[in-house]
Design a protein around this ligand. Structure first.
Ligand SMILES: [Fe+2]
Ligand SMILES: [Fe+2]
Length: 161
């Protein structure tokens, strides 16, 4: 934890850590959603989709790592129990049901849209109050925007076939 790092935050620290733990819970669920999707995906485009989902999974894991580090610097405790991911998550978990590429892509696009909205709201909330967290969230949100676009492009290509 960083004493001065905490002092310069012009926002309720407890509330900020809660926001970050909610985001962290979403990131863990996203990490697993992509990972398991990359393993079970079926169909003629499955190698391409599996590769993309696996890459996204790694990036969601990196987001979890960044949020965890920030929570600790701010003097908080990152969410410790997987069952709490469900409790704190905003975007939830979409268990793959139909393993075809299109269904998996559509589910993950929905999750990315939710993530973008969550981060956009958080940015509005903390703008001008904590530059370090603001920049971190902005960086994560840029990845989510890229994720949505990547998945949409693949989905459109599959539908054109
Ligand atoms: Fe993420
Ligand atoms: Fe993402």
């Amino acid at each position: 934890m960083g004493t001065q790092a905490q002092k310069i935050v012009d926002y309720d620290l407890k509330k900020l850590i809660e926001h970050l733990n909610k985001a962290l819970s979403d990131e863990w669920l996203a990490t697993f959603q992509y990972w398991v999707g990359s393993k079970v995906v079926k169909g003629p485009f499955s190698p391409l989709v599996a590769k993309e989902l696996a890459e996204h999974s790694k990036e969601e894991y990196e987001h979890a790592e960044l949020l965890t580090n920030r929570i600790i610097v701010l003097g908080g405790t990152p969410v410790l129990e997987p069952k709490d991911w469900y409790k704190f998550s905003t975007c939830g978990f979409k268990k793959p049901t139909i393993f075809r590429e299109i269904g998996l892509l559509e589910d993950n696009i929905k999750s990315e849209r939710c993530a973008i909205a969550v981060y956009n709201n958080l940015l509005k909330e903390i703008r001008g109050k904590d530059d370090v967290t603001f920049n971190l969230i902005e960086q994560i949100m840029e990845d989510e925007i890229e994720h949505e676009e990547d998945l949409q492009r693949i989905l459109e290509d599959i539908k054109l076939k």
